[in-house]
Design a protein around this ligand. Structure first.
Ligand code: ADE
Length: 230
């Protein structure tokens, strides 16, 4: 079974609508919809915004549904220079850009316990998602996705995340899901469509373009779920 997590209704409702034999269950206030999408056994959840909501949802999918992999879908603020609103980033790795124990000598982003800064996405799943994204003709890149409990809407914050982590995009959940999956040895991937460019215009661009961008990530993950090799 594949677990798919989005933060907002616009990031998952269109996918849930494609599910047949949907069973729902609410755990920790999060609704999990399990069933079949394009012949693939899937559980889809709307986690809510931010790292803790995403972490609780990923851990529940692992413990209660025994998922073989978790995929995070939705929207993000583009940072890499070629990205425009509507473009796609498929993560190679994720980082928590707000994890900061530098005062005691650690590198920015270092996570004590799993003892790393970057968490690697599953290569085979990410490659397949990337191929599906390219099939749509949308400009798609691979790179680092940086997550934190901050909606990035200032050039100065965007520049800090770019310089410290060479991030292609910023959002608020992917690395939390990566963190939980790394702790549990479960493969994970992150697919994001750009709703804004994580800059001084984001407070206007995000509300204008988020719903349209979210549809693109749903379109791509639907193609992925239609593939025969799981
Ligand atoms: N999700 C979409 N745009 C974002 C931004 N600018 N910052 C954080 N998360 C986002």
């Amino acid at each position: 079974m594949i677990g798919i997590i989005g933060a907002m209704a616009s990031e998952v409702d269109g996918l849930k609508a494609k599910m047949t034999d949907c069973k729902t269950e609410t755990v920790s206030g999060v609704e999990f919809c399990s069933g079949t999408i394009n012949r693939t056994q899937t559980v889809v959840a709307q986690a809510g915004v931010g790292k803790v909501n995403a972490a609780v949802t990923a851990q529940t999918m692992i413990l209660k549904y025994g998922v073989d992999a978790v995929i995070n879908i939705g929207v993000a603020g583009g940072i890499e220079g070629s990205l425009k609103i509507g473009d796609i980033v498929v993560a190679d790795r994720v980082v928590e850009h707000d994890m900061d124990t530098t005062a005691v000598g650690d590198e920015p982003g270092f996570i004590t316990g799993i003892d790393c800064v970057y968490m690697d996405c599953d290569v085979a799943i990410s490659n397949r998602i990337y191929e599906c994204a390219k099939q749509t003709g949308i400009h798609t890149i691979r790179g680092t996705i940086a997550s934190g409990d901050i909606f990035v809407a200032e050039d100065s914050v965007r520049n800090r995340i770019s310089e410290q982590f060479n991030a292609a995009a910023a959002e608020m959940e992917g690395a939390a899901i990566g963190h939980v999956c790394t702790m549990n040895n479960v493969p994970f991937a992150v697919l994001r469509a750009m709703s804004d460019c994580a800059n001084d215009d984001s407070h206007v661009d995000f509300p204008t373009f988020a719903a349209e961008a979210a549809k693109k990530s749903i379109e791509i993950i639907t193609l992925f779920l239609a593939e025969d090799v799981k």
